[in-house]
Write a protein that binds this ligand. Sequence first.
Ligand code: SF4
Length: 304
Amino acid sequence: MNTKLLDKVNVLKKQRNAVILAHNYQAGEIQDIADFTGDSLGLSVEASKTDAEVIVFCGVRFMAETAAVLSPGKTVLLPDKDAGCPLADMITAEQLRELKSKHPDAIVVCYVNSTAEVKAESDYCCTSSNAVELVKSLPEERRITFVPDQHLGRHVEEQTGRDLVLWPGYCLTHVVITEDDIRSAKQNYPDAVVMAHPECTEPVKALADEILSTGQMLKFAARDTARRFIVATEIGIIHALNKANHHAEYIAASERAVCPNMKLVTLEKVLWALEEMKYTVSVPEAVSVKAKKALDRMVEVLPQ
Ligand code: SF4
Protein backbone atom coordinates (compact mmCIF):
# COMPACT_ATOMS: atom_id res chain seq x y z
CA MET A 1 0.00 0.00 0.00
CA ASN A 2 1.27 3.45 -0.96
CA THR A 3 1.24 5.17 2.43
CA LYS A 4 1.87 8.67 1.04
CA LEU A 5 -1.17 8.35 -1.18
CA LEU A 6 -3.19 6.93 1.66
CA ASP A 7 -2.19 9.82 3.96
CA LYS A 8 -3.30 12.32 1.33
CA VAL A 9 -6.65 10.51 0.94
CA ASN A 10 -7.20 10.57 4.68
CA VAL A 11 -6.35 14.29 5.05
CA LEU A 12 -8.66 15.24 2.17
CA LYS A 13 -11.39 12.93 3.39
CA LYS A 14 -11.44 14.85 6.68
CA GLN A 15 -11.31 18.26 5.00
CA ARG A 16 -14.20 17.37 2.72
CA ASN A 17 -16.16 15.60 5.46
CA ALA A 18 -16.33 12.59 3.15
CA VAL A 19 -17.10 8.94 3.62
CA ILE A 20 -15.59 6.27 1.35
CA LEU A 21 -17.73 3.28 0.35
CA ALA A 22 -16.33 0.18 -1.37
CA HIS A 23 -18.39 -2.57 -2.92
CA ASN A 24 -17.40 -6.18 -2.18
CA TYR A 25 -16.15 -6.49 -5.79
CA GLN A 26 -13.62 -3.67 -5.53
CA ALA A 27 -9.87 -4.37 -5.54
CA GLY A 28 -8.53 -5.32 -2.09
CA GLU A 29 -6.58 -2.05 -1.66
CA ILE A 30 -9.78 -0.06 -2.19
CA GLN A 31 -11.75 -2.22 0.25
CA ASP A 32 -8.96 -1.64 2.80
CA ILE A 33 -9.22 2.17 2.75
CA ALA A 34 -13.03 2.30 2.84
CA ASP A 35 -15.13 3.40 5.80
CA PHE A 36 -17.77 0.88 4.78
CA THR A 37 -17.60 -2.20 2.59
CA GLY A 38 -20.58 -4.27 1.51
CA ASP A 39 -23.27 -4.60 -1.13
CA SER A 40 -24.66 -1.69 -3.09
CA LEU A 41 -27.86 -1.00 -1.18
CA GLY A 42 -26.34 -1.65 2.25
CA LEU A 43 -23.58 0.86 1.48
CA SER A 44 -26.01 3.54 0.32
CA VAL A 45 -28.12 3.05 3.44
CA GLU A 46 -25.03 3.27 5.72
CA ALA A 47 -23.85 6.44 3.98
CA SER A 48 -27.29 8.06 4.31
CA LYS A 49 -27.10 7.59 8.09
CA THR A 50 -23.79 9.46 8.42
CA ASP A 51 -23.39 13.23 8.67
CA ALA A 52 -20.81 13.19 5.88
CA GLU A 53 -21.32 15.82 3.20
CA VAL A 54 -19.55 13.85 0.49
CA ILE A 55 -19.87 10.18 -0.49
CA VAL A 56 -17.07 8.65 -2.57
CA PHE A 57 -18.65 5.53 -4.05
CA CYS A 58 -16.03 3.00 -5.13
CA GLY A 59 -18.35 0.95 -7.28
CA VAL A 60 -20.33 1.51 -10.48
CA ARG A 61 -22.71 4.23 -11.60
CA PHE A 62 -26.06 2.71 -10.57
CA MET A 63 -24.71 2.35 -7.03
CA ALA A 64 -23.71 6.02 -6.91
CA GLU A 65 -27.18 6.88 -8.22
CA THR A 66 -28.79 4.84 -5.44
CA ALA A 67 -26.64 6.69 -2.89
CA ALA A 68 -27.75 10.01 -4.44
CA VAL A 69 -31.41 8.95 -4.23
CA LEU A 70 -31.08 8.01 -0.55
CA SER A 71 -28.92 11.03 0.37
CA PRO A 72 -30.29 13.95 -1.67
CA GLY A 73 -28.38 16.51 0.43
CA LYS A 74 -24.96 14.93 -0.05
CA THR A 75 -22.52 15.16 -2.96
CA VAL A 76 -21.90 11.71 -4.47
CA LEU A 77 -18.63 11.11 -6.32
CA LEU A 78 -17.79 8.24 -8.67
CA PRO A 79 -13.97 8.08 -9.01
CA ASP A 80 -14.16 6.84 -12.62
CA LYS A 81 -16.92 8.23 -14.81
CA ASP A 82 -16.81 5.19 -17.09
CA ALA A 83 -17.53 2.70 -14.29
CA GLY A 84 -20.92 1.51 -15.50
CA CYS A 85 -22.77 -1.76 -15.13
CA PRO A 86 -23.58 -3.59 -18.39
CA LEU A 87 -26.39 -5.46 -16.61
CA ALA A 88 -28.05 -2.25 -15.39
CA ASP A 89 -27.70 -0.78 -18.88
CA MET A 90 -29.44 -3.75 -20.53
CA ILE A 91 -32.84 -2.14 -19.96
CA THR A 92 -33.72 1.51 -20.42
CA ALA A 93 -36.70 3.30 -18.91
CA GLU A 94 -38.24 3.42 -22.38
CA GLN A 95 -37.87 -0.33 -22.85
CA LEU A 96 -39.43 -0.89 -19.44
CA ARG A 97 -42.36 1.38 -20.35
CA GLU A 98 -42.87 -0.70 -23.49
CA LEU A 99 -42.77 -3.91 -21.47
CA LYS A 100 -45.28 -2.42 -19.03
CA SER A 101 -47.63 -1.61 -21.88
CA LYS A 102 -47.57 -5.30 -22.88
CA HIS A 103 -48.31 -6.44 -19.30
CA PRO A 104 -50.31 -3.52 -17.90
CA ASP A 105 -51.65 -5.39 -14.87
CA ALA A 106 -48.31 -6.77 -13.71
CA ILE A 107 -46.46 -5.49 -10.65
CA VAL A 108 -42.97 -4.36 -11.69
CA VAL A 109 -40.06 -5.47 -9.51
CA CYS A 110 -36.59 -4.25 -10.42
CA TYR A 111 -33.31 -5.54 -9.13
CA VAL A 112 -31.25 -2.81 -7.44
CA ASN A 113 -28.71 -3.30 -10.27
CA SER A 114 -30.68 -0.93 -12.51
CA THR A 115 -30.57 2.75 -13.39
CA ALA A 116 -32.46 5.29 -11.26
CA GLU A 117 -34.77 5.86 -14.26
CA VAL A 118 -35.69 2.17 -14.35
CA LYS A 119 -36.26 2.16 -10.59
CA ALA A 120 -38.53 5.17 -11.05
CA GLU A 121 -40.65 3.13 -13.50
CA SER A 122 -40.90 0.21 -11.04
CA ASP A 123 -43.30 -0.56 -8.20
CA TYR A 124 -40.74 -2.31 -6.01
CA CYS A 125 -36.99 -2.55 -5.90
CA CYS A 126 -35.23 -5.65 -4.55
CA THR A 127 -31.74 -6.93 -3.83
CA SER A 128 -30.26 -10.35 -4.55
CA SER A 129 -30.69 -11.08 -0.80
CA ASN A 130 -34.39 -10.28 -0.61
CA ALA A 131 -35.77 -10.85 -4.14
CA VAL A 132 -37.34 -14.21 -3.19
CA GLU A 133 -38.97 -12.86 -0.01
CA LEU A 134 -40.18 -9.75 -1.76
CA VAL A 135 -41.90 -11.69 -4.55
CA LYS A 136 -43.41 -14.09 -1.98
CA SER A 137 -44.96 -11.10 -0.21
CA LEU A 138 -46.83 -9.93 -3.34
CA PRO A 139 -50.46 -10.98 -4.01
CA GLU A 140 -50.56 -14.42 -5.63
CA GLU A 141 -53.19 -13.48 -8.18
CA ARG A 142 -51.03 -10.70 -9.64
CA ARG A 143 -48.55 -11.16 -12.48
CA ILE A 144 -45.03 -9.90 -11.80
CA THR A 145 -42.57 -8.37 -14.25
CA PHE A 146 -38.98 -8.78 -13.09
CA VAL A 147 -36.08 -6.76 -14.57
CA PRO A 148 -33.28 -6.71 -15.60
CA ASP A 149 -31.47 -9.92 -14.55
CA GLN A 150 -32.97 -13.11 -16.02
CA HIS A 151 -30.84 -15.40 -13.84
CA LEU A 152 -31.86 -13.80 -10.56
CA GLY A 153 -35.42 -13.85 -11.96
CA ARG A 154 -35.24 -17.60 -12.63
CA HIS A 155 -33.90 -18.19 -9.13
CA VAL A 156 -36.93 -16.31 -7.80
CA GLU A 157 -39.23 -18.38 -10.03
CA GLU A 158 -37.71 -21.59 -8.74
CA GLN A 159 -37.93 -20.55 -5.09
CA THR A 160 -41.46 -19.15 -5.25
CA GLY A 161 -43.08 -21.41 -7.87
CA ARG A 162 -44.30 -18.26 -9.63
CA ASP A 163 -44.10 -17.55 -13.31
CA LEU A 164 -42.52 -14.14 -13.88
CA VAL A 165 -42.33 -11.91 -16.94
CA LEU A 166 -38.54 -11.81 -17.30
CA TRP A 167 -36.26 -9.40 -19.12
CA PRO A 168 -33.31 -11.12 -20.84
CA GLY A 169 -30.57 -9.16 -19.02
CA TYR A 170 -27.51 -10.80 -17.52
CA CYS A 171 -24.23 -9.95 -15.83
CA LEU A 172 -21.30 -10.62 -18.15
CA THR A 173 -19.02 -11.28 -15.21
CA HIS A 174 -21.22 -13.96 -13.65
CA VAL A 175 -22.14 -15.79 -16.85
CA VAL A 176 -18.46 -16.53 -17.62
CA ILE A 177 -18.46 -18.96 -14.69
CA THR A 178 -19.22 -22.35 -16.25
CA GLU A 179 -20.43 -25.75 -15.06
CA ASP A 180 -16.96 -27.08 -15.94
CA ASP A 181 -15.39 -24.51 -13.60
CA ILE A 182 -17.54 -25.77 -10.74
CA ARG A 183 -17.02 -29.44 -11.58
CA SER A 184 -13.24 -29.13 -11.74
CA ALA A 185 -13.11 -27.02 -8.55
CA LYS A 186 -15.20 -29.69 -6.80
CA GLN A 187 -12.84 -32.38 -8.08
CA ASN A 188 -9.82 -30.47 -6.74
CA TYR A 189 -11.50 -29.66 -3.42
CA PRO A 190 -14.08 -32.38 -2.73
CA ASP A 191 -14.60 -31.18 0.86
CA ALA A 192 -15.47 -27.61 -0.18
CA VAL A 193 -18.89 -26.00 0.08
CA VAL A 194 -19.94 -24.27 -3.16
CA MET A 195 -21.51 -20.82 -2.79
CA ALA A 196 -22.94 -19.30 -5.98
CA HIS A 197 -24.43 -15.86 -6.60
CA PRO A 198 -27.97 -15.88 -8.07
CA GLU A 199 -26.69 -13.93 -11.10
CA CYS A 200 -24.84 -17.13 -12.15
CA THR A 201 -26.40 -19.30 -14.85
CA GLU A 202 -28.90 -22.02 -13.90
CA PRO A 203 -26.52 -25.00 -14.56
CA VAL A 204 -23.91 -23.40 -12.28
CA LYS A 205 -26.47 -22.77 -9.55
CA ALA A 206 -27.70 -26.37 -9.88
CA LEU A 207 -24.21 -27.53 -8.84
CA ALA A 208 -24.00 -25.17 -5.86
CA ASP A 209 -24.67 -26.06 -2.23
CA GLU A 210 -25.85 -22.53 -1.42
CA ILE A 211 -27.19 -19.71 -3.58
CA LEU A 212 -26.32 -16.47 -1.82
CA SER A 213 -25.82 -12.74 -2.34
CA THR A 214 -22.38 -11.35 -1.43
CA GLY A 215 -23.63 -10.17 1.95
CA GLN A 216 -25.17 -13.58 2.61
CA MET A 217 -21.90 -15.30 1.57
CA LEU A 218 -20.00 -13.32 4.20
CA LYS A 219 -22.54 -14.27 6.89
CA PHE A 220 -22.83 -17.90 5.81
CA ALA A 221 -19.04 -18.39 5.75
CA ALA A 222 -18.80 -16.90 9.25
CA ARG A 223 -21.19 -19.42 10.80
CA ASP A 224 -20.50 -22.54 8.70
CA THR A 225 -17.93 -25.01 9.98
CA ALA A 226 -16.53 -25.91 6.52
CA ARG A 227 -12.80 -25.31 6.06
CA ARG A 228 -13.05 -24.62 2.33
CA PHE A 229 -15.46 -22.74 0.09
CA ILE A 230 -15.65 -22.55 -3.69
CA VAL A 231 -16.97 -19.10 -4.49
CA ALA A 232 -18.90 -18.46 -7.71
CA THR A 233 -19.11 -14.68 -8.01
CA GLU A 234 -16.83 -11.73 -8.83
CA ILE A 235 -13.40 -12.47 -7.37
CA GLY A 236 -13.19 -9.26 -5.29
CA ILE A 237 -15.34 -11.02 -2.68
CA ILE A 238 -12.42 -13.35 -1.88
CA HIS A 239 -10.59 -10.41 -0.25
CA ALA A 240 -13.66 -9.56 1.83
CA LEU A 241 -14.15 -13.22 2.83
CA ASN A 242 -10.49 -13.61 3.84
CA LYS A 243 -10.62 -10.43 5.88
CA ALA A 244 -13.84 -11.25 7.69
CA ASN A 245 -13.53 -15.01 8.16
CA HIS A 246 -9.99 -16.30 8.74
CA HIS A 247 -10.97 -19.83 9.64
CA ALA A 248 -11.38 -21.11 6.08
CA GLU A 249 -9.91 -21.10 2.58
CA TYR A 250 -11.82 -19.40 -0.23
CA ILE A 251 -11.31 -20.56 -3.79
CA ALA A 252 -12.58 -18.55 -6.76
CA ALA A 253 -14.70 -20.79 -9.02
CA SER A 254 -13.24 -18.91 -11.99
CA GLU A 255 -10.35 -16.42 -12.11
CA ARG A 256 -12.09 -14.96 -15.17
CA ALA A 257 -14.98 -13.69 -13.06
CA VAL A 258 -13.57 -10.17 -12.90
CA CYS A 259 -15.82 -7.16 -13.41
CA PRO A 260 -13.73 -4.71 -15.48
CA ASN A 261 -15.97 -1.82 -14.46
CA MET A 262 -15.49 -2.46 -10.75
CA LYS A 263 -11.74 -2.58 -11.27
CA LEU A 264 -11.62 0.86 -12.91
CA VAL A 265 -11.42 2.46 -9.46
CA THR A 266 -7.86 2.89 -8.17
CA LEU A 267 -6.36 4.62 -5.12
CA GLU A 268 -5.07 7.41 -7.37
CA LYS A 269 -8.57 7.98 -8.73
CA VAL A 270 -10.04 8.08 -5.21
CA LEU A 271 -7.53 10.79 -4.30
CA TRP A 272 -8.24 12.68 -7.51
CA ALA A 273 -12.00 12.44 -6.89
CA LEU A 274 -11.54 14.09 -3.50
CA GLU A 275 -9.15 16.74 -4.84
CA GLU A 276 -11.26 17.73 -7.82
CA MET A 277 -14.67 16.81 -6.37
CA LYS A 278 -15.38 14.72 -9.47
CA TYR A 279 -17.26 12.96 -10.94
CA THR A 280 -20.47 14.01 -9.29
CA VAL A 281 -23.45 11.73 -9.81
CA SER A 282 -26.88 13.24 -9.36
CA VAL A 283 -30.38 12.12 -10.17
CA PRO A 284 -33.07 14.61 -11.34
CA GLU A 285 -35.52 15.21 -8.51
CA ALA A 286 -38.57 13.90 -10.36
CA VAL A 287 -36.76 10.61 -11.06
CA SER A 288 -35.21 10.44 -7.60
CA VAL A 289 -38.57 10.81 -5.82
CA LYS A 290 -40.09 7.96 -7.84
CA ALA A 291 -37.03 5.73 -7.53
CA LYS A 292 -37.05 6.25 -3.76
CA LYS A 293 -40.68 5.14 -3.64
CA ALA A 294 -39.70 1.77 -5.16
CA LEU A 295 -36.92 1.44 -2.56
CA ASP A 296 -39.23 2.53 0.29
CA ARG A 297 -41.90 0.00 -0.75
CA MET A 298 -39.29 -2.74 -0.52
CA VAL A 299 -38.46 -1.69 3.04
CA GLU A 300 -42.21 -1.49 3.90
CA VAL A 301 -42.81 -5.14 3.01
CA LEU A 302 -39.42 -6.38 4.19
CA PRO A 303 -38.26 -4.22 7.10
CA GLN A 304 -34.41 -4.31 7.21
S1 SF4 B 1 -20.36 -7.65 -11.51
FE1 SF4 B 1 -22.00 -7.65 -13.06
S2 SF4 B 1 -23.77 -6.75 -12.02
FE2 SF4 B 1 -21.93 -6.23 -10.81
S3 SF4 B 1 -21.28 -4.23 -11.61
FE3 SF4 B 1 -20.13 -5.78 -12.75
S4 SF4 B 1 -21.40 -6.13 -14.57
FE4 SF4 B 1 -22.70 -5.08 -13.11
